[in-house]
Design a protein around this ligand. Structure first.
Ligand code: ATR
Length: 277
């Protein structure tokens, strides 16, 4: 029987996940389809129950449901439980729904695809302390990154993530971080700043950026965010959010099908889709 998968979120119309997963199903000759479903927050519980009843094989979860979905799942993977957020749900052979989080590891894979694994001991700064920053911080630590600092508008939120990490991580205000920016080899931007139509620029100066630094953004629309554009003009190596998007999807795809999809081809198609900018 044809399998079916979905992504739920609000809004959902602009999600590129259906394009990506349907390309992979076609490429791997798997008889399956992947559809976007618009789910409002107040309908989340009923929507999950309905999809389960109708035999959905798996789904992705996006904004604003990644945290709120936890109580409606039957099982949680350890990392998803620790992160307190789920972006991938798998239907187990017994029909139960199990939640995973592939965002953090997807980010690390994208970063290391671009810069390798040699910089795990170097000082790393995460900008932002929301759900995305949390997932990325845990995944970086699990992958062996040893020197993590988190800065945020609300410093207490950065401190709280630092306290949950095993290592002794540091928290800073945005202002403090921008003043000592030259100390960091890797800088990771995790807020919605720079997102198309967001009208929000991070109050964060990169004047002191080390020209040998690596600057990664999790925003992928546009590919070159104002931060990446400015960092690249200062000589830094930049990593766009598109890699994280593709890698989190590839991990979800492998949980569902046991297959590793072609990342390179789909990334090129998405780049074309996004206009390469
Ligand atoms: P997500 O789950 O996608 O990470 P989130 O939990 O709402 O989203 O987190 C958004 C991040 O962007 C937070 O770090 C937030 O800072 P606060 O914790 O201080 O709210 C940051 N952010 C959002 N708007 C901001 C703004 N105008 N200036 C600075 N930081 C902002």
């Amino acid at each position: 029987m044809k399998k079916w998968y979905a992504v739920i979120g609000d809004p959902i119309g602009h999600s590129l996940s259906p394009f990506m997963h349907n390309s992979w199903f076609a490429q791997q000759e798997i008889d399956a389809t992947y559809i976007p479903i618009h789910v409002k927050a107040e309908m989340l519980e009923q929507s999950i129950a309905s999809m389960k009843l109708l035999g959905i094989d798996g789904f992705n979860v996006t904004i604003p449901h990644k945290e709120k979905i936890l109580p409606f799942l039957d099982e949680l993977d350890d990392m998803a439980e620790k992160m307190g957020a789920v972006n991938t749900v798998v239907r187990l052979p017994n029909g139960q729904l199990k939640g995973y989080n592939t965002d953090g590891l997807g980010f690390v894979r994208s970063l290391e695809e671009a810069i390798g694994q040699q910089k795990r001991q170097q000082p790393l700064l995460i900008i932002g302390a929301g759900g995305a920053a949390r997932g990325i911080a845990f995944a970086l630590e699990a992958s062996g990154y040893e020197d993590i600092t988190i800065c945020n508008r609300t410093v207490e939120k950065a401190t709280s993530i630092c306290e949950e990490l095993t290592q002794s991580a540091h928290s800073l205000s945005l202002q403090q971080a921008s003043e000592c920016l030259d100390q960091f080899s890797i800088i990771i931007q995790t807020t919605p700043a720079g997102l198309k139509n967001s009208n929000f620029d991070l109050p964060f100066s990169i004047k002191k950026l080390n020209s040998k630094a690596i600057v990664a953004d999790i925003v992928y629309n546009p590919i070159m965010t104002p931060l990446l554009q400015a960092a690249s003009e200062q000589g830094a190596t930049v990593v766009s959010g598109l890699g994280m998007f593709v890698h989190q999807g590839a991990l979800a795809f492998s949980y569902w099908t046991g297959q590793n999809p072609d990342i390179v081809a789909v990334k090129e198609q998405l780049l074309e889709n996004l206009g390469g900018n």
